[in-house]
Design a protein around this ligand. Structure first.
Ligand SMILES: NC(=O)c1ccc[n+]([C@@H]2O[C@H](COP(=O)([O-])OP(=O)(O)OC[C@H]3O[C@@H](n4cnc5c(N)ncnc54)[C@H](OP(=O)(O)O)[C@@H]3O)[C@@H](O)[C@H]2O)c1
Length: 328
């Protein structure tokens, strides 16, 4: 099968491209910038196109004989851009990819949304019918694209929307790395009571779900939360990272409200300089927003079963950080 992956050099994109090629598919990889990662996936056999998902001509140029589109590209952690940039890429770009896929007779499109569309989960665990209340502009724009996907479903394009929980695993130099880095120092400041719920998804488990969704007899016109078997309190997560690293960690507690205020101030102060502030509201939300999900729909309708458990996933991730020299 020929598959177009947008955002193909991102954390998830690269893992998906690897799996698709290993499974014998041909892959067209669309991504924004040339770099060592584009060379890497070319080396695996992917055909790489450089350009933006907002550029219809570029997107059209990727669609020749494509049967399935995996739309993963997103503005995600860009700090030095106006909020409208998130609209352009996450909403406008998704519409462009859908229009091109529809026009070229693509068999199926998988849209990678986020569990963040549910915001802070008040009655955990949340399922797909839980209230939609995105908490920031990134999450809002990810959700705004979902009805556009539905519009194209009603126009005859097979689609599935996937809402991943917090993705982690080998290949991710950013998100979970902060936890590993602090644990490596032996001291992890915990803002708030540490009982906030957090639901990870190991990268290979997510890739399993994305591959299952390519089947046009599964999950058409449906949205699926994709997460690991288990969700945990964040203090427990830190302790389990420490166990995976075979380290001792102290976890002193501090009030969270001053950090919330500091997050907002830092974001405003840093923005004109075009660099990421040390703390910003989305990062602070980690201490405050419950993320815990029910994945029964994905089990039932996609045949999804998370194979890698949390402790195993954390160990594999630590091994990767060590091998790559991120932590000792
Ligand atoms: N990470 C998580 O915990 C998480 C959780 C839920 C949902 N998601 C969603 O899952 C998907 C993959 O996430 P990820 O963590 O793998 O993200 P990522 O590492 O940031 O990858 C996103 C990719 O999209 C590319 N991209 C950005 N703007 C583009 C544009 N205009 N045109 C073409 N490519 C563009 C980026 O390219 P450059 O790097 O060159 O800018 C990057 O390669 C995203 O849709 C994200 O919203 C992520």
């Amino acid at each position: 099968m020929k598959v177009l992956v947008t955002g193909a050099t991102g954390f998830t994109g690269k893992a998906l491209v690897r799996r698709l090629i290993d499974d014998g598919h041909r892959v067209v990889a669309l991504d924004y910038k040339e770099g060592y990662k584009t060379d890497e996936i070319r080396g695996w056999g992917a055909e790489v196109v450089i350009g933006s998902v907002t550029d219809r001509a570029i997107v059209d140029s990727c669609m020749d004989s494509v049967e399935v589109v995996q739309h993963l590209a997103a503005a995600f952690r860009e700090m030095n851009v106006p909020d409208s940039y998130y609209d352009e890429v996450n909403v406008g770009g998704t519409r462009t990819v859908l229009e091109a896929a529809h026009a070229h007779g693509v068999r199926k499109l998988i849209y990678c949304s986020t569990c963040g569309v549910h915001g802070n989960v008040e009655n955990p665990p949340a399922d797909e019918d839980a209230p939609i209340k995105p908490a920031d502009y990134y999450q809002r724009t990810k959700y705004q694209a979902e009805p556009i996907v539905a519009e194209f479903t009603s126009r005859g394009l097979n689609t599935t929307t996937v809402r991943p929980a917090a993705i982690y695993g080998p290949g991710d130099p950013e998100r979970f790395f902060l936890i590993f880095k602090r644990v490596a120092r032996g001291w992890f400041p915990m803002y708030g009571n540490g009982k906030t719920l957090y639901h990870p998804v190991y990268i290979d488990n997510l890739v399993d779900a994305l591959v299952l969704a390519m089947d046009d007899n599964r999950g058409n016109g449906r949205a699926f939360l994709i997460a690991d078997e288990e969700y945990v309190e964040i203090e427990d997560l830190v302790k389990r990272v420490a166990r995976a690293m075979n380290r001792e960690v102290r976890i002193p507690h501090f009030p969270v409200l001053p950090l919330v205020a500091a997050g907002h101030v830092c974001e405003k102060l840093w923005r004109p300089f075009g660099v990421a502030p040390p703390i910003f509201p989305r990062r602070v939300d980690w201490y405050r927003q419950n993320r815990a999900f029910n994945i029964d729909r994905a089990r039932r309708e996609l045949g999804y079963q998370p194979k890698v458990g949390l402790d195993d996933g954390l160990r594999r991730t630590y091994e990767w950080y060590r091998r790559e020299g991120f932590v000792a």
